[in-house]
Write a protein that binds this ligand. Structure first.
Ligand SMILES: *Cc1c(COP(=O)(O)O)cnc(C)c1O
Length: 226
């Protein structure tokens, strides 16, 4: 299957979940994918790409400039935040105090608000990043004290499961939290995007209300990390 065929299939599935005239947004995950294949995807209509490493996002940014929107979807070390702020239209991995402080500092330095998603670790998997639910309220309080960090929604990476039905509860829980925050008024926080679902589980995520999916290997094939 070509990139074009794969994109068509994902886009057809996304269309089935259009609500109020809005189709869920596709972030084509391009980590390890070379520039030519990314350009091919852009020619097929891809408008947004996701990268998980700041350095890789930076060199691709230099090549592709504003022909596409960039999403930082990977775990962020504080000292790498400066390479991402201002370039990423959305940082999906705001998950702790040190990163919040650093994004605020860097965004303030260029006097430009930075859109972010709070990454939640609903399944409390120790080896994965993401904020635990117990820490969400105090984290929200801290976000409300800032000026340049603008939260636009939530992100999660569900645990891997052979059968995505097993992790449906994670998406359901995310949706509940999303709706709860949505019904509260905040200065820096609005719930516009619920970023969940990857190649093997995006259909279940869509059924549970995702409106932003991050799909890589289904579009570009198996990744080669060499
Ligand atoms: C790699 C990655 C994806 C895409 O995964 P696929 O299984 O290739 O679709 C989505 N989200 C994050 C955070 C990733 O790192």
């Amino acid at each position: 299957m070509s990139i074009k065929d794969n994109l068509n299939e994902v886009n057809e599935n996304l269309k089935k979940f259009a609500s109020h005239g809005e189709t869920p947004k596709l972030i084509a995950v391009t980590k390890t994918v070379d520039i030519d294949r990314i350009k091919e995807a852009i020619d097929c209509g891809v408008t947004d790409i996701g990268e998980n490493k700041p350095q890789e996002m930076s060199w691709k940014y230099d090549e592709l400039k504003d022909s596409v929107n960039y999403h930082m979807i990977g775990h962020l070390q504080s000292n790498k935040v400066k390479d991402v702020v201002g370039k990423a239209c959305l940082i999906h991995s705001l998950d702790r105090m040190s990163v919040l402080k650093e994004i605020e500092k860097r965004a303030s330095a260029i006097n430009k608000p930075q859109d972010c998603l709070i990454q939640l670790n609903v399944a409390e998997e120790e080896q994965k990043s993401g904020l635990y639910l117990d820490d969400l309220d105090s984290f929200i309080e801290e976000i409300e004290k800032r000026k340049f960090v603008k939260v636009k929604g939530l992100m999660s990476i569900a645990p891997f499961a052979e059968d995505p039905e097993e992790i449906r509860w994670v998406f359901k829980k995310m949706r509940e939290i999303y709706d709860k925050i949505k019904n509260t008024e905040y200065k820096n926080i609005e719930m516009k995007y619920l970023s969940m679902g990857m190649s093997h589980d995006y259909k279940v995520a869509l059924e549970e209300g995702s409106n932003m999916v991050r799909v890589g290997s289904f579009i570009f094939g198996k990744r080669n990390y060499n």
